[in-house]
Design a protein. Structure first.
Length: 240
């Protein structure tokens, strides 16, 4: 009869675990991502995604915070926005060797969506020299820290893909909008023009599916007042 011997976990190498946040908003008809300027090495002075290490305690007494709790904590610390006011979702785990010159660090990336009316209230956390909303179109001119360019690229693919089967756009539009205004938001996220007729049919399918509903009031335009709409409460993208 064979015996099973368990090796104490202390004998295994333990990598660090971090959370990085890709925070999107729409400003001036442009999709933007929040970057911070690092105030300390490595990559001091370079732009990077907000984030930080998952807090751990004594393995025998307190194992620290959950990943989701760490992501929410970092989001609040890095933006100053109230908890629960921003859509947050886990994206992917990045664990390539040497992605961090200090040690073996695994990053569980998340993406967050900030409504345009809330984005002006974002403020830098204490460990950042500066914070700025950068256009997705100008990221190629920057040299980002770590592998953050790859993380942003994957997050962008994720939100573009989810437009086709979810109400994720709710978190990037004002509370009410016209058909044209929502189409413009879709075009900004996708980075391409959409046929107005096809989008109108898609829009009405969302009404039929009870994802959208007509809202009180009208939007004044140069032509004639336009109806305004909103996402139905049960279909609002979760901010948790």
């Amino acid at each position: 009869m064979s015996q099973t011997h368990s090796t104490p976990l202390v004998h295994f190498a333990r990598p660090f675990v971090a959370v990085d946040l890709v925070i999107f908003t729409i400003q001036d008809a442009d999709l933007k991502v929040l970057l911070i300027q690092r105030d300390e090495p490595p990559f001091q002075g370079q732009w990077a995604l907000p984030g930080g290490f998952v807090r751990v305690g004594d393995a025998h007494q307190d194992q620290g915070e959950d990943l989701e709790a760490a992501a929410h904590r970092e989001l609040a610390e890095e933006t100053g926005l109230p908890a629960g006011s921003v859509y947050l979702e886990q994206l992917y785990t990045f664990g390539k060797a040497y992605r961090d010159p200090r040690a073996r660090v695994l990053s569980v990336a998340h993406y967050a969506l900030v409504r345009p009316d809330r984005s002006p209230f974002v403020k830098a956390g204490g460990d950042a020299a500066a914070v700025w909303w950068f256009s997705i179109r100008e990221l190629h001119t920057l040299t980002l820290a770590f592998d953050h360019c790859d993380i942003i690229g994957m997050a962008l693919l994720r939100i573009r893909g989810k437009l086709d089967y979810s109400d994720i756009a709710f978190s990037l539009v004002p509370p009410t909008f016209s058909i044209t205004e929502l189409r413009v938001v879709y075009e900004i996220i996708l980075g391409k023009s959409l046929d107005p007729g096809n989008f109108r049919r898609r829009f009405h399918r969302m009404i039929d599916d009870q994802i959208l509903e007509e809202a009180p009031g009208k939007r004044l335009t140069s032509a004639r007042p336009a109806k305004i709409y909103r996402f139905r409460p049960m279909h609002k993208a979760s901010a948790n």
